[in-house]
Ligand binder design. Structure first.
Ligand code: FPP
Length: 262
């Protein structure tokens, strides 16, 4: 598949280099668990927040490359419901980083046709972060190049709890019959009902857990784990993950014969 604007070459799974345009399939929705910032900082005797600060540079690279190759939805796990229990200094440092980047990156989003969206329990965020998220969401709402979704103060279980509450209220008010609840109805009660499920989940730093991310939506996503810590996750490594995905055989519970139609 020819990727407009995709130039240069990248390392593939076998280590040899190929043009970016050799990518056979571009996932429509990529979700990423950006892990390893703390370890990256610790190895360098730096405070953890320095790991996050360097991780923000990787965010920029991944956003740029995803947009360039035609990923339609990119979801980044920026802050989990569990992360609220981290030391105050780290939480404060992360919130300041969010403010800084939400202020400085709005122009970049607009120039590149990127719509910013947030998912999570935003009521727990400091007003400065919440307001900047709302402002950037509003300002970029007509952009159609790519949706950049920040999962922030987000938990997969939390999202399901709020969906169940909503459905409960609809049943109580007589708007919905319990028998009418289908998978589609549940999907429609999640934070961003119009966003398709991720095709590819990347997690860095060699960890192989889902960690309460997109529990419902990841049912049939392909998972690719990178050994690199998030601040050192490179363009080459991102493309290696995309090549691994392109080489996967997705069967969605069917047999190989059914999938290939033979
Ligand atoms: C996990 O690494 C990472 C996070 C909890 C935060 C991710 C945030 C960023 C990359 C900052 C910038 C983001 C945006 C959107 C501007 P960890 O701290 O759990 O690492 P560890 O497992 O090595 O301790």
């Amino acid at each position: 598949m020819a990727i407009p604007g995709a130039e240069g070459d990248i390392a593939t799974t076998t280590g040899h280099r190929e043009p970016v345009s050799a990518l056979k399939i571009v996932p429509r929705h990529v979700a990423i668990i950006m892990d390893g910032n703390g370890r990256w900082a610790k190895k360098r005797f730096l405070p953890r927040v320095e790991g996050h600060r360097n991780g923000a540079k990787t965010v920029r690279m991944v956003v740029e490359e995803s947009r360039r190759i035609g990923v339609r939805y990119l979801t980044l796990f920026a802050f989990s419901t569990e992360n609220w229990r981290r030391p105050e200094e780290e939480v404060g440092g992360l919130m300041s980083l969010f403010v800084q980047h939400l202020e400085s990156e709005l122009d970049v989003l607009l120039k590149n046709g990127i719509r910013l969206r947030a998912m999570g329990d935003l009521s727990r965020l400091p007003p400065s972060v919440r307001e900047l998220l709302r402002r950037n969401e509003e300002r970029t709402k007509d952009m159609t190049g790519m949706d950049l979704i920040l999962a922030i103060s987000y938990g997969g279980r939390d999202e399901l709890v709020q969906a169940v509450r909503k459905l409960g209220r609809d049943i109580q008010s007589g708007k919905l019959a319990p028998e009418a609840i289908t998978e589609k109805v549940v999907s429609g009660s999640l934070y961003l009902p119009d966003v398709p499920d991720p095709d590819l989940l990347i997690r860095t730093s060699d960890e192989t857990r889902i960690s309460n991310f997109l529990l419902w939506q990841l049912a049939y996503s392909e998972i690719v784990v990178s050994p690199l810590l998030w601040p050192e996750f490179s363009r080459d490594e991102f493309y290696r993950c995309l090549h691994v995905f392109a080489g996967r055989n997705r069967r969605f519970g069917l047999t190989q014969e059914q999938v290939s139609g033979s």
